[in-house]
Design a protein around this ligand. Structure first.
Ligand code: F6P
Length: 324
């Protein structure tokens, strides 16, 4: 029987733990008798044939590194039929039988379309700091980013209390509030403004004001990024309507995506990588490997990308009760 070759790529925004996932897929594939090809710069590199054979050594000393050694891209060309045709030709030219895509919503949507058009078996690994893929409790990178945000907010707290200020801290997450909500709990913030919830301004004043009027001399509000209603928007309004408050904004930006992955992300990536090869051996295709209640699960692409992952409503209560 011919040895099958698995092509691995990382796509979309990088996430800490992607390297651990590349390592896990590569090592588990080789252990189980597959060949591996590393595809550079995501779908862009697949289209232009930036592909190299991978050995176990190709992935040595990377488990601890943030970013992705394969590099990544958001490929506009792959959204076109012509781009995908060229990608398929490259797969054939490099004798790649199965594609393993590590990325977020956009990347798995690309994999799904490609799989449907060309009948290529694709396996996905959830790699995004946003934690917004359905069918998996956690995505690779989310835990590290949560910890990074928490550490930043701990530092902001020092200056907030010293100056008796209100800080609006803007965090990433695209359309999902997982990072904002959970970092607010972890850092002991007064409130989180997330896309899943309507936060009116009176409510916000209530959250911030109740602490300040009692015992607190400072306040921290975590705001999920949004083009119209980001941290700046709320800070301006707060400053305008309550000029007694000294308000500042801190937009954390891309530092949230960097850094050495946490133990939790390394273990998750390792388990998902081994799970991917197991799925391939079982003949699975066009599924994302996820973790649900600590068990490895196979989630059809169509479900993973549907954008319906819900936040646990109990988290709102936790934040609300503890921020008085
Ligand atoms: O999807 C990951 C993410 O970091 C989002 O949280 C954020 O909205 C986006 O990517 C930023 O993308 P870019 O790095 O292209 O600015």
């Amino acid at each position: 029987m011919d040895t099958k070759t698995i092509g691995i790529l990382t796509s979309g925004g990088d996430a800490p733990g992607m390297n651990a996932a590349i390592r896990a897929v590569t090592r588990s594939a080789i252990y189980n008798g597959f060949k591996v090809a590393g595809i550079y710069r995501g779908f862009e590199g697949l289209i232009s044939g930036e592909i190299k054979p991978f050995t176990t050594e190709s992935v040595s000393n990377i488990i601890n590194r943030g970013g992705t050694i394969l590099r990544t891209a958001r490929s506009a060309e792959f959204t076109t039929t012509e781009g995908r045709r060229r990608a398929y030709e490259q797969m054939q030219a490099h004798h790649i039988d199965i594609l393993c895509v590590i990325g977020g919503n956009g990347s798995l949507t690309g994999a799904k379309i490609f799989a449907e058009e060309y009948g290529v078996p694709c396996i996905g690994l959830p790699g995004t700091i946003d934690n917004d893929l359905d069918g998996t409790d956690f995505t690779i990178g989310y835990d590290t980013t949560l910890n990074t945000i928490m550490q930043c907010v701990d530092k902001i707290r020092d200056t907030a209390t010293s100056h008796e200020r209100i800080f609006f801290v803007e965090v990433m997450g695209r359309d999902a509030g997982f990072l904002a909500q959970n970092s607010a709990i972890a850092a002991g913030a007064e409130a989180a403004i997330i896309p899943e919830e309507q936060t009116n301004f009176d409510q916000l004043e209530h959250y911030v004001g109740r602490g300040i009027r009692k015992s607190k001399n400072s306040s921290i509000v975590i705001v999920s990024e949004s083009p119209k209603c980001g941290a700046m928007h709320y800070a301006k309004r707060m400053q305008k309507e309550y000029d007694g408050y000294d308000v500042r904004v801190s937009i954390l930006g891309h530092l949230q995506r960097g850094g050495s992955p946490s133990a939790r992300d390394r273990i998750l990536a390792s388990r998902l990588g081994v799970g991917a090869i197991q799925a391939i051996k079982e003949g699975q295709r066009n599924v994302m490997i996820g973790v649900k209640n600590n068990e490895i699960v196979y989630v059809p692409f169509s479900r993973a990308i549907q954008g319906k992952k819900r936040m646990d409503p109990d988290l709102m209560t936790v934040l609300d009760e503890l921020s008085i």
